[in-house]
Design a protein around this ligand. Structure first.
Ligand code: AGV
Ligand code: CA
Length: 312
């Protein structure tokens, strides 16, 4: 039986690639998509999502909902621009007008409606901040029983996160930092959480080597799409900087289709809701349980996503 999955993303290059890959997974039934304007601008991220479903969704009818959520700590503008570049790719603009519909409801209500209408429990894949989930839980606590689990890219237990902003101590990961209160609300729920944190993704930076492999296979439309998307962001070359791109969300998405590429362990932790460490996830025996991805087989991961991307 197929797994029902609902995806909420924030329009980054790896968010949009994740949507593409999720659509290629044979045992996944994608029941809805929503987009939150965190690490993106909303309009191009919605368009790009609808075009990806048109081009690579094998005729599936999936709605894309726009979020009305706004965060506490905005993402850098340079990163938010990426959705414009993906949306403009010729491969996504060959067959206009767009067929895939934008939902009438805002993201959090679209999520509530989709869960209430589902007769099976649904896996939630969140690869941006948790704001829409927190709002949905607040408005409709009954949806909790419809959630199989939450698979989230966010947080870190490393002493250095990836937030380099004034008035912050650098301990947080960006998705948690954008809306720390939302993460706290979700932490307070009973939902099972599979967590892909920064330590989980450290083994999957974008490298020139991987890009070159995709370049060799660019005749395949799916691999070409991967290559075009990852041409927009900086790889790891000599040393890691704040802009170095990792396959954060793609790894998170891959764990749904193939859990053989990773190892998980249970840890207990809480989220700092405010102050200079806001968004920091901290290990603590009194905290709530999450299933943390702590190891990734880099080779297996890259061959899994490359195989998935190849068009039949
Ligand atoms: O913190 C990782 C999250 C992921 O969901 N995002 C990017 C991924 O979509 C924020 C982010 C951190 N560093 C970045 C980010 C960078 N160098 N460029 C763009 N986004
Ligand atoms: Ca993201």
């Amino acid at each position: 039986m197929k797994k029902k999955v609902y995806m909420n993303h924030d329009g980054g290059v790896d968010d949009l690639v994740s949507l593409f890959l999720l659509l290629q997974m044979e045992d996944v039934d994608l029941v809805g998509v929503s987009v939150i304007p965190a690490d993106c601008y909303l309009e191009p991220a919605i368009y790009a999502s609808r075009k990806i479903i048109d081009r690579f969704g094998q005729g599936k009818e999936i709605e894309v909902a726009a979020s009305t959520s706004r965060g506490k700590n905005p993402f850098p503008k340079d990163w938010r621009m990426h959705a414009f570049y993906v949306d403009a790719l010729p491969i996504l603009n060959e067959h206009l007008p767009i067929q895939t519909k934008e939902a009438e409801l805002p993201a959090h209500q679209h999520l509530i409606q989709t869960l209430r209408n589902s007769n099976e429990r649904v896996t939630l894949l969140f690869v941006g901040p948790l704001t829409d989930l927190a709002r949905a839980l607040d408005e409709a606590p009954d949806i909790e029983e419809k959630i199989e689990k939450l698979v989230w890219m966010g947080g870190t237990f490393l002493s250095n996160g990836n937030v380099e902003e004034p008035e912050h101590d650098g301990t947080a990961e960006w998705n948690a930092f954008w809306d720390p209160e939302a993460a706290r609300i979700v932490w307070d729920s009973e939902i099972t959480i599979d967590l892909v944190a920064l330590e989980s993704t450290n083994n999957v930076p974008l490298t020139v080597d991987v890009r070159n492999k995709w370049a060799k296979e660019r005749e395949d439309i799916g691999i070409d799409f991967l290559g075009q998307c990852y041409a927009m962001v900086p790889p790891l070359v000599h040393f890691q900087t704040n802009s170095t791109y990792f396959l954060w969300d793609v790894l998170t998405t891959a764990t749904i289709g193939n859990s053989n590429v990773i190892k998980r362990k249970i840890v207990r932790c809480f989220v700092h809701p405010d102050g200079k460490s806001q968004g920091r996830t901290e290990l603590n025996k009194q905290g709530r349980e999450v299933n943390l991805v702590y190891e990734v087989n880099r080779e297996q991961f890259f061959s899994y996503i490359t195989d998935l991307a190849r068009q039949k």
